[in-house]
Design a protein. Sequence first.
Length: 258
Amino acid sequence: MTAPTTARGPAITPGGWLRRYRPADDAAVRLVCFPHAGGSASAYLRFAAVLAPSGVEVLAVQYPGRQDRRGEPFVDTVEELVEAVLPELRQWTHGPFALFGHSLGATLAFEAARRLTKSGRPPAHLFLSGRRSPVVPGTDTAYLLDDRALVERVTRLQGTDPLLLQDEELLRMVLPAIRNDYAMAGAYRYRPGPPLSVPTTVLTGDADPNVTLDDARRWSEVIGGPCAVNVLPGGHFFLNDHTAGICSLIEEALSHAR
């Protein structure tokens, strides 16, 4: 494996797609995390800190067009983004690894797991958080809203610092990424295929306005392995309030992968 280069803050893997906030070359297992729409790798900084002592290294995906990749063009579709990140992922999946994704990130993690499994390198576990099953009818059209309405929608989901959304300069920086990712989610269409034979944990908030409990349970229709659904208190960004509990769940699920 090629040694990573290091920037201020996290270590950056050579292809530029992954951030290592707590690098551990001898990690027992690695957890690759995909951020939500408009999100960035730093969304998983707390996961990295909590999981490091247990031997789980977090590798957080950094999408183009934000933070230290702000000068790069956005990727427009789920398929393009997964294909772009896969070569980098394969460099870090020779040992035990798992995938975690929240919201749009869950869709990306699922599609990455499908492709990795097809190529003979399945993850030990898949964590799908805050996202309805791809077999649930529905189209994400939030990207069609004007700026004010889009900001109001993002504010209601409570996943973005409200002070950031009130700062016009910062808002101009982050809103294009949010709109692009919502358009990516809206353009995604599930292509039926063999059920994914990977142990899977689905996480959902009991008050998530975007995902009903039935929406979450229907992930079992595309998963051929064990598929457990965990309901936590909270809305769409319930994971922000339950980091420790979710990390404990991750540790337990990955104990067999070491």
